[in-house]
Design a protein around this ligand. Structure first.
Ligand code: UT7
Length: 334
């Protein structure tokens, strides 16, 4: 039994935060942001909505595309670092909103690698024969944990969600083929939220110290990201007897255009083999990969049998890659 993607949808909020807007908020400029990151604008969700809102919108699009009732789902996995609340899970909120009445679900906190982690675990539920239909969502409202007075981070992040439906197939030539995932707590000090967890619960002081925002020391993350994504991707290709020519599309986590370009170069890929939309959305953490995949599918750029490689790097550190063969023809309208 193999796991194939049978539908993919995404949601981005309408409200745009441009580089020109940020120039008015912190000491930065469009030229610095574009040359150092490749980002031109990001989407920002309304203050009174949480991550589950975007997750539900993306999931509904995937269900509609497939013509599937939410009742048919066995499992919902939501990859996120910005759950609506500490508990219950965002998956529970999504289940209720979709009226998916025959499933279980959980959240997966894997930082920017969260969607790849969720896809790998979902595929194994299907390969085992235990489940037939799994909704895998990557969704983050990064604006909720971004300090818009910190120019090091506020230029980077945005809000979005992407969702795929994974189903079982007997066709041995399609679907999730292989993956490599890694975690190393060595990276914990470079990208994290200093307070609000059980180690340092929220107090007036932690709020005053602005410790409930995302903190990042970008340089070490940058270096490790290129190495982690390129190495796991190259190993996956090699051990599956594929060359860079065989790959239709690399869908990398969108954190920095310079990282994406460096990974593409290391893998000897042409520009048209690399999915890029960071210019329009910035870093949406767990949502970047399904969002980019959904856009490429909508454009009609993918066909049955195409080799696709997902790769990501994020807080933890967590990183890894997943190789699959595309199982859908044509395109989908939004
Ligand atoms: O998604 C999870 C994984 N995250 C990543 O993969 C992100 C990895 N890191 C990065 O993408 C990059 O490190 C950043 C984009 C975050 C930063 O780029 P950088 O080239 O590493 O710049 P830097 O932090 O070394 O800063 C260079 C200079 C500094 O000035 P000095 O100290 O050289 O005088 C910064 O203060 O640029 C300054 N700077 C800015 N200038 C204008 C930092 N942020 C800004 C800004 N506008 N927004």
């Amino acid at each position: 039994m193999r796991a194939i993607i049978t539908a993919v949808g995404h949601y981005v909020p309408e409200n745009k935060l441009t580089n020109a807007d940020l120039e008015k908020m912190v000491d930065t400029n469009d030229e610095w942001i574009v040359t150092r990151t490749g980002i031109r604008e990001r989407r920002i969700l309304d203050k009174d909505k949480g991550t589950s809102y975007m997750a539900v919108c993306a999931a509904e699009k995937a269900l509609n595309q497939r013509g599937m009732s939410a009742d048919e789902l066995d499992l919902i996995i939501v990859a996120t670092v910005t759950p609506d609340m500490m508990f219950p899970t965002t998956a529970a909120l999504v289940q209720e909103a979709l009226a998916a009445n025959n499933c279980w679900g959980y959240d997966l906190s894997g930082g920017c690698t969260g969607f790849v982690c969720a896809l790998s675990t979902a595929s194994q539920f299907i390969e085992s024969g235990r489940h037939k239909k799994v909704m895998v969502i990557g969704a983050d409202k990064m604006s909720a944990i971004t300090n818009y007075q910190d120019r090091n981070t506020c230029i980077l992040f945005g809000d979005a969600a992407g969702a795929v439906i994974l189903e079982a197939t007997d066709d041995p030539d399609l679907g999730v083929k292989d993956f490599i995932l890694r975690v190393d707590g060595f990276g914990k000090k470079y990208l994290y939220m200093k307070a609000g967890g059980s180690l340092k619960p929220a107090t007036h002081q932690t709020v005053e110290n602005e410790e409930h925002y995302l903190y990042q020391d970008g340089k070490p993350v940058f270096k490790q990201a290129i190495n982690g994504m390129a190495t796991t991707s190259a190993t996956l290709l090699e051990r599956n007897n594929l060359s860079s020519h065989d790959l239709r599309l690399l869908v990398p986590h969108q954190a920095n255009l310079r990282i994406i370009d460096a990974v593409g170069k290391k893998l000897k890929l042409n520009p048209e083999q690399v999915a890029i939309n960071i210019d329009r959305y910035g870093n949406t953490t767990a949502a970047t990969i399904p969002l980019a995949l959904s856009e490429y599918y909508q454009q009609g750029d993918l066909k049955i049998g195409d080799w696709i490689l997902f790769t990501a790097f994020g807080a933890g550190f967590t990183w890894g890659s997943l190789l699959m063969r595309w199982a859908l023809n044509g395109s989908a309208s939004d």
